[in-house]
Design a protein around this ligand. Structure first.
Ligand code: C2O
Ligand code: CU
Length: 490
């Protein structure tokens, strides 16, 4: 009997080790928010916009008072913001100085598979990889991060990620602040676990269903940040760059703001709301108004996400977190509200002969009961053909579904039309337990029939454990090839 008691006590001690995290009212906001610099770029003799990036190691103060060894891109932690216009040919020279292999994936970008930077485009230590493609998609906040199979979670967690802004050659619609670092700011929201010695804790813990959930919150790599604002309205490009943690973002005083863009670009019109939920990999752009002299705290609120108490607690969904303080100057430059129409976004149309494909999120390491294998191509889609992808979550935890190389449209969520935050262009969606979504997917870029693109859950340790699959894009009537046996092992 006493052995049983002891056993239970030990179990309870471990099980409740992850307490509900509540930092509301407790963050001092003592550090200026770091704004990732815009990446240096030049136009070469062939008219291409060229960027040079270096993957390297460094150290940074991620927890006040300590230094943490990090991975970064062109710096100690995170990477510069890349920026290019639709229609431009871009080339990125990525040199790997990490001391280990990696890759760099352009999340949300329409591009051919060989430029995608997924697990098959390995960059060996000391090597340079130089993908090139033409930007052909609407203005959006995309991002980039490593995608080395089995090591994505750790490399991102150590600090590698950055924002890639696509601009429209016609400029932004009226009322959308667009001066980078002035009234338009990227906010990369992440969480880490950092020991007293400053060391990053990369263990997932025995009961963590979703991977690493940290208690040190960071925005752009800054703990407890504030941002001084000199304009009546600011645009915040929010990116959930965390490994596992979901956020439900809003302001401490409950003020409304406009949601103006999701993953792949602008919404048709601004959506007035008080919350925007983001699971890992998702982006949202919001425009928020400020009054002279005031302070406004960006907060993440608890959200059930259809899970039981255990999963809510351990995934971090129950937490209440203060993330960033906006400090408005005593006098503010005036700024108009967002235009009533932001973009043309025709309602998605499903052709009568559209093929339907279904996917079931079956566990934290499988889709359709299978784990990712580098050599297995799961299916082929025809270039330019619209397909309906039905995704169902039959697991007790929330998961996400991300597709490479495309922005898709959500047709239905549990049989109903999508809410405004899912009505625009998306590349990553969240599925609560038992939820089902129908997506309209159309791959526009041709790819090598032997070179797959990925679809996966964006909780990074799920992806690493195999909650991922591969597909190729073929010309009509084409067949999937086979993944050549090449040096993708590490
Ligand atoms: Cu952002 Cu396949 O990932
Ligand atoms: Cu998952």
């Amino acid at each position: 009997f006493s052995a049983l008691c002891l056993g239970f006590a030990a179990f309870a001690a471990i099980a409740f080790q992850r307490a509900h995290l509540d930092t509301v009212g407790e963050v001092a906001f003592e550090r200026p928010l770091r704004i990732p610099p815009l990446a240096d770029t030049r136009i070469d003799g062939d008219g291409r916009r060229v960027f040079e990036l270096e993957l390297r190691r460094g150290s940074a103060e991620l927890r006040p008072g300590t230094r943490t060894e990090t991975y970064g891109i062109d710096g100690d932690v995170l990477g510069p913001t890349l920026r290019a216009r639709r229609g431009e040919q871009v080339r990125v020279e990525v040199r790997n100085r990490l001391g280990e292999p990696s890759t760099l994936h352009w999340h949300g970008m329409h591009l051919p598979a060989e430029m995608d930077g997924g697990p098959h485009q390995l960059i060996g230590d000391g090597a340079t990889w130089a993908p090139e493609w033409r930007i052909d998609q609407p203005a959006a906040t995309l991002w980039y991060h490593p995608h080395l199979h089995g090591r994505t979670a750790e490399q991102v967690y150590r600090g590698m990620a950055g924002v890639f802004i696509v601009d429209d050659p016609g400029g932004a619609p009226r009322g959308l602040p667009s001066r980078y670092g002035v009234d338009d700011f990227p906010l990369i929201v992440q969480d880490k676990r950092i020991g007293d010695d400053g060391e990053l804790d990369t263990s997932e813990g025995p009961f963590s269903p979703s991977g690493i959930v940290g208690d040190q919150l960071l925005v752009n790599g800054t703990p407890g940040p504030y941002l001084e604002v000199a304009h009546e309205r600011v645009r915040l490009r929010l990116l959930n760059g965390s490994n596992a943690r979901p956020y439900d973002l809003g302001f401490a005083d409950g003020r409304a703001f406009y949601l103006v863009a999701t993953d792949g670009g602008l919404l048709e019109r601004p959506h007035r709301t008080t919350r925007v939920a983001l699971t890992p990999g998702e982006r949202a752009e919001i425009v928020v108004a400020l009054r002279a002299g005031e302070r406004a705290v960006l907060r993440s609120f608890p959200k059930a996400l259809g899970m039981d108490v255990w999963n809510r607690r351990f995934s971090g969904a129950d937490d209440a977190l203060d993330l960033l303080e906006l400090r408005a100057a005593r006098t503010l430059e005036s700024a108009p509200p967002p235009a009533r129409t932001l973009a043309e976004l025709p309602a998605p149309r499903v052709p009568a002969d559209a093929p339907t494909r279904s996917f079931e999120l079956t566990s934290a390491s499988t889709i359709d009961d299978r784990s990712m294998e580098m050599e297995r191509i799961d299916f082929a889609v025809e270039r330019d053909r619209r397909e309906v992808w039905e995704v169902r979550n039959s697991h007790g935890l929330f998961h996400s579904f991300h597709v490479h190389g495309v922005q898709f449209r959500v047709l239905e969520v549990d049989g109903a039309p999508p809410p405004p935050e899912l009505a625009g262009l998306k590349d990553t969606v969240t599925l609560e337990p038992d939820q089902e979504m129908r997506l309209l997917v159309r791959m526009r870029d041709h790819s090598d029939p032997n070179l797959p693109l990925m679809f996966h859950c964006h909780l990074l340790s799920h992806e690493d454990r195999g909650m991922m699959g591969q597909f190729v894009v073929v010309e009509p009537g084409g067949e999937p090839g086979t993944v050549p046996d090449r040096a993708h092992r590490h």
